[in-house]
Unconditional design. Structure first.
Length: 270
């Protein structure tokens, strides 16, 4: 018999349920020793039955325990021996052996197989439900991130498209020839917005600072954020300048300097 025939015959379920005959038990033990796949299948069946038993195990109440012991005591009293004449045992009379009909065995095996299949399906559905829940949570997080990004872009576009917005390009100097930045200065309010996305990544421990050149003197416009959680910062609001001749950006070792100390990276005139 092939291993697959043994697995599909139902004899393993009978063996696991304790319903197999002695010959069937010997056969199963021989199959298990000969075929690793049969041994693995039997182990899965026994594990499934054990999981089911644990899942539906229930501790009996105290009242059930009392009724059982009362029933045992009553039966002991009723079955007490009564003095009667001795009866000679008949010869050659053997006690009847009550066996389990084969069709009941295979019905039990089928029930065990269905039970194990049901457990497997429930586990599969549980895992699938967890996957769906995780995917839904991930999708919700991605959607929230896209909403935040869309909100940021809407704010940036509002600055760029404002009819009072005057763009000022800041070009790279000797310290960083390829660097660039852009200022959006609101002519009606003096508000200043900066797009630093084309500045090089600031080295660890250093930060860019914006300066407005007013009457030939540098005035701090605030520290610049160039990245957030790995993403490039786009347009951010800086200090308001009602009057300014030019803008410049330096790389500083300390924040909020009152005068430039580090190298100047970009500069642009109004």
């Amino acid at each position: 018999m092939k291993p697959q025939d043994i697995i599909s015959s139902g004899i393993l379920e009978l063996y696991a349920a304790g319903l197999a005959s002695e010959q069937e038990q010997r056969d199963v033990q021989a199959y298990v020793a000969q075929y690793p796949e049969v041994a693995e299948e039997l182990e899965q069946i026994e594990s499934g039955m054990e999981l089911y038993a644990r899942a539906f195990a229930k501790q009996p109440s105290d009242s059930v325990k009392e009724k059982v012991f009362a029933r045992i005591n009553n039966e002991q009293v009723e079955s007490a021996p009564v003095a009667t004449a001795p009866v000679k045992p008949e010869k050659n009379i053997s006690a009847p052996v009550i066996g389990i009909a084969p069709y009941w065995k295979y019905a039990a095996a089928a029930s065990v197989a269905l039970l194990i299949g049901s457990i497997a399906v429930n586990i599969m559905l549980y895992n699938k439900s967890n996957d769906i829940s995780q995917n839904l949570q991930q999708t919700q997080q991605e959607l929230a991130s896209l909403k935040d990004e869309n909100k940021t872009m809407e704010g940036d576009m509002a600055v760029v498209q404002n009819k009072f917005s005057k763009p000022v390009s800041l070009k790279g100097l000797e310290a960083a020839p390829d660097a660039a930045a852009k200022i959006f200065w609101m002519e009606n309010t003096g508000e200043v917005y900066l797009d630093p996305s084309n500045l090089p990544e600031a080295p660890a421990g250093k930060q860019y600072q914006l300066w407005g050149i007013v009457d030939g003197k540098p005035v701090s416009g605030g520290m610049i954020l160039t990245s957030k959680k790995g993403d490039k910062f786009r347009i951010q609001k800086m200090k308001t300048f009602g009057k300014v001749d030019a803008f410049a950006i330096t790389l500083e070792s300390e924040p909020d300097n009152t005068s430039p100390k580090g190298p100047m990276f970009v500069m642009g005139k109004m």
